[in-house]
Design a protein around this ligand. Structure first.
Ligand code: ADP
Length: 254
């Protein structure tokens, strides 16, 4: 049987900040066309894992390969949506200007965006239902609308892999549903998506695969196999109550 090449492989990655271990020997490999949720309590190292994959923090040891190559060789193929509060919404740039920055990896050095770039920006804004607000300054949008614009920027990049850090944190339900619909569409096109996620009640409906982590990987696999009380309790170190099955999972003191 032909082996499918991993879209992402993380091998024995450890990260520390000022001598404090934050990630310990993280290893997993993900096939293309998967929507993977990264689950764990605050401080578990989820954002750091995304940054380590993106090459944005130094790793103590281990390696990351994306589409079989080092990250620097495939950077235009990777889209990253950092946490919402890391984006400077006071910056004087319009909605369509933000989305156009997604085209920059495709433009030549000093080249100006052309007709094709403008068409792609328009299509991506349409996909996230934000075309009508294209001229607005980015700071004059709700949190959910801003998140949709950042997703449109990632779409404009025409990436193969998408890494989203808490895309649904503090946003309205309409934006969440628009974003989730697009992530599922990307998956059906064979793209590979990772999202740090907090709402355990929606985890099963959203993700094919889960990484449960707390500094190290507690469980990694198909959602139906790893979304289990014993793994969740180990991940949240007892700070979780399972009431009437998973629809009423409660994270306590996470
Ligand atoms: P999570 O995303 O799961 O909440 P993070 O990856 O943000 O976890 O953080 C993991 C740990 O590393 C936390 O204890 C956090 O305080 C610490 N940390 C995160 N970023 C830095 C940094 N730049 N310098 C020092 N410590 C950091």
């Amino acid at each position: 049987m032909q082996q499918v090449a991993a879209a992402l492989s993380v091998d024995d990655v450890s990260v520390s900040y000022n001598g404090m271990a934050v990630l310990e020997k993280i290893s997993f490999a993900a096939a293309p066309g998967q929507l993977t949720g990264i689950i764990g309590p605050n401080g578990a190292g989820k954002s750091t894992l995304l940054k380590a994959i993106m090459g944005l923090v130094n790793v103590d040891c281990g390696s990351v390969r994306i589409l079989g190559l080092a990250v620097d060789k495939v950077r235009p193929k990777i889209a990253y949506l950092p946490q919402k509060n890391t984006f400077d919404t006071d910056f004087p740039i319009s909605v369509e200007g933000v989305v156009m920055t997604g085209r920059y990896p495709h433009l030549g050095w000093c080249a100006l965006p052309g007709e094709k770039d403008r068409r792609i920006v328009e299509e991506c804004l349409h996909k996230v239902s934000m075309l009508q607000l294209r001229k607005r300054q980015i700071g004059q949008l709700s949190g959910g609308e801003q998140q949709r614009v950042l997703l449109a920027r990632a779409l404009a990049q025409e990436a193969e892999l998408f890494f989203l850090d808490e895309p649904f944190a503090g946003i309205d339900l309409v934006s969440e549903s628009v974003i989730m619909g697009i992530l599922k569409e990307l998956r059906s096109e064979g793209k590979t998506i990772f999202a740090v996620h907090h709402d355990l009640s929606k985890t099963e409906g959203y993700f094919d695969t889960l990484i449960l982590m707390n500094k190290r990987i507690i469980a990694f696999g198909k959602t139906k196999e790893v979304f289990r009380a014993r793994y969740l309790q180990e991940t949240y170190q007892g700070s979780i109550a399972v009431i009437n099955g998973y629809n009423e999972l409660m994270v306590v003191n996470a």
